[in-house]
Design a protein around this ligand. Structure first.
Ligand SMILES: NC(=O)c1ccc[n+]([C@@H]2O[C@H](COP(=O)([O-])OP(=O)(O)OC[C@H]3O[C@@H](n4cnc5c(N)ncnc54)[C@H](OP(=O)(O)O)[C@@H]3O)[C@@H](O)[C@H]2O)c1
Length: 267
């Protein structure tokens, strides 16, 4: 299904990074947009940029850690047009801490934001899409949803969980004409590490070199939309290093772990 001026699109995590870039790309196609995240000021800013290209942008703030705001957002989003054609479940947070140092509450937070928040929204909009007999759900996992690596055990777990959930959902809803795409980005140049959780849950507050030299958020959004419009079930957006790691994990996992053990966990 192509994104057109008739398309109604809900993008989560739209206040920054990949979500903001997705919002702008969809706006340039003239689609009607619903944007969500916590920070309303930043969402308003994105809304103004989108309005240069499209005629309808609505903001529905929510917090993945506050179930009530999620359920309210689902009901508002579903009733705006009585239809949702595309949803990009992109909101998420990362981690920079070794497993042995990390408090249990940090793992719970990562799962709450990345996994439970995302599936709460999915369970909310699924009945509408099943009734419509159309719709496309896209979730942003990560290369970290393909294999485990240092300093990200909770993040990797949450992204593997998303991959498992949405791969299963894809098989279940295929005959109802609801499409599901799982996106696995590698290093993308966004501020994600500024808010990444450290061992005690405080923000990491630094940008990693690997991200600064990563693929731009605009390019990432462009590739996501291209893949979604071409009905790809899986989209990997990554440099050669991460792509090689995915290949090694599949065909020579021992060798990948040997390499990962020797890598600087921060880079
Ligand atoms: N950048 C990368 O290299 C990379 C690689 C692989 C996967 N990803 C994934 O891509 C997605 C987008 O990340 P990004 O790189 O664009 O990072 P980002 O710029 O930090 O964006 C994260 C978005 O998630 C929202 N968010 C965070 N916590 C939230 C919460 N509790 N409730 C609601 N919204 C929340 C943020 O908005 P508010 O702060 O306003 O709530 C923001 O809009 C994430 O799922 C991330 O795991 C990123």
């Amino acid at each position: 299904m192509q994104i057109t001026t008739e398309s109604i699109i809900w993008i989560t995590g739209a206040s920054s990074g990949i979500g903001e870039a997705l919002a702008l790309s969809c706006a340039k196609k003239g689609a009607k947009l619903i944007l969500s995240a916590r920070n309303t000021e930043r969402l308003e800013n994105v809304k103004h940029k989108c309005f240069l290209h499209c005629s309808f942008v609505s903001i529905i703030p929510f917090d993945h850690e506050d179930n009530e705001t999620l359920l309210n957002a689902v009901s508002v989003a579903c009733s705006l047009f009585g239809r949702i054609d595309f949803v990009f479940l992109n909101a998420g947070i990362s981690q920079r801490s070794m497993t042995r140092d990390t408090a249990l509450h940090v793992y719970r937070r990562l799962m709450e934001i990345n996994y439970f928040g995302t599936i709460t929204l999915t369970l909310g909009i699924l009945p509408l899409m099943l009734r419509q007999k159309s719709g496309h759900i896209t979730v942003i996992s990560s290369i970290a949803g393909k294999f485990g690596t240092q300093m990200r055990s909770g993040y990797c777990a949450s992204k593997h969980a998303l991959a498992g959930f949405f791969e299963s959902l894809a098989v279940e809803v295929y005959t109802s004409n609801v499409k599901v795409t799982v996106v696995y980005p590698g290093y993308i140049n966004t501020p994600i590490t500024l808010h990444s959780l450290t061992a005690d849950g405080s923000p990491y507050a630094k940008m990693d070199d690997s991200l600064l030299h990563g693929i731009s958020a605009d390019k990432c959004a462009e590739k996501i939309i291209q893949g979604v419009e071409n009905d790809k079930g899986e989209i990997i957006i990554a440099g050669l290093k991460e792509r090689t790691a995915v290949w090694l994990n599949r065909f020579a996992p021992g060798l990948l772990r040997y390499i990962l053990r020797r890598m600087d966990p921060i880079k």
